[in-house]
Design a protein around this ligand. Structure first.
Ligand code: 13P
Ligand code: SF4
Length: 312
């Protein structure tokens, strides 16, 4: 029987590899990651690492973003089937048509997109910096925002902008049930509701704090409250519980689920065994056409530049 954790450590040193994990990964993967973070942090880590191999424990678009930023490094994703329904909701050819139908608009895309969509984009955002990046454009700038309509609507509502929105969504965040959150509030009347901006407006309206995974984590750690109902993918509860062991985190359930939480089946495809196999075989590897990467990297670098200027 292979001791995966020991072998992963050995292979990492031998191959000068680094493991980056998103907060939605299984707890055991977060625990062996050299860096854990939200989508923005993962892009920032990738941009500055001097490792030869990045094992990106997240979904395909995260690996692709790392590869576009580091074309000379090997970027591995433990399970190549780890996709994203939001990225899938925005096909590059259709998005190009949408852009052509709106001449004179700047294009802002959420990081949950393919490299081909990023190549059509002026600046990429994540949920950590979307508000600030949108506000960095003049008030009268015409803007297309894609692909998440919930995040786009939320940013429009807090900035007073009127961005034209692509009609995409994340199947996990769309599923949170207002009714079940209200029921949980009756059981835990003191609990604050934390929600990711990919949730529908009806859920965001119930929230005491709306933010990226990193922002929700920070809020929960710093809050003087003890109980939190968490409306985002349940992987984040692992780090919340670790950083705030005396607090109670209650996962918000989905509409159609009998289980108490809401998992992204793509995120949960990665396992410790697959991380080990990825490091051992240096597969499955993310590849991006170089010309496409050269175009896509501009909108990602722009995001990183603005974020650095804003101290994000
Ligand atoms: P953040 O980590 O940027 O909050 O993104 C959430 C998400 O849906 C990643 O797939
Ligand atoms: Fe994509 Fe939603 Fe899964 Fe995030 S939680 S990877 S947005 S499908």
């Amino acid at each position: 029987m292979v001791d995966y954790i020991k072998e992963i450590e050995r292979l990492k040193k031998e191959k000068n590899a680094v493991i980056m994990g998103h907060y939605y990964q299984k707890g055991e993967i977060q625990d062996i990651s050299d860096y854990i973070g939200d989508s923005l942090a993962l892009a920032q880590y990738a941009a500055k690492t001097d490792a030869d191999i990045i094992v990106l424990c997240g979904v395909h678009f995260m690996g692709e973003t790392a590869k576009v930023l580091c074309p000379d490094k090997k970027v591995l994703v433990p399970d190549m089937n780890a996709g994203c329904s939001l990225a899938d909701s925005c096909n590059a050819a259709d998005f190009k048509k949408f852009i052509d139908e709106h001449p004179g608009h700047k294009v802002i895309s959420y990081v949950n997109t393919t490299a081909a969509v990023k190549a059509l984009t002026d600046v990429v955002v994540t949920s950590s910096n979307a508000k600030q990046i949108v506000e960095s454009f003049p008030k009268d700038e015409k803007i297309i925002f894609g692909p998440d309509r919930n995040l786009g609507n939320y940013i429009n509502s807090i900035t007073g902008r009127n961005m034209v929105l692509w009609d995409g969504a994340c199947h996990v965040h769309e599923q949170f049930s207002v009714e079940k959150i209200v029921q949980l509030k009756q059981v835990y009347p003191e609990a604050l509701v934390l929600a990711h901006p990919e949730c529908k407006k009806t859920v965001l309206t119930l929230a005491d704090k709306v933010g990226s995974t990193a922002a929700l984590l920070k809020f929960a750690i710093n809050s003087d409250k003890k109980e939190f109902i968490v409306a985002t993918e349940s992987g984040i509860l692992h780090e919340m519980q670790k950083k705030a062991p005396n607090k109670i985190f209650i996962p918000a359930p989905a509409n159609d689920s009998t289980c108490a939480c809401n998992d992204c089946s793509y995120m949960k495809l990665n396992t410790i065994e697959k991380v080990y196999n990825a490091l051992l075989n240096e597969q499955p590897e993310i590849t991006v056409d170089r010309a496409l990467a050269d175009q896509a990297v501009k909108s990602i670098r722009k995001m990183l530049e603005i974020s650095a200027q804003l101290g994000l």
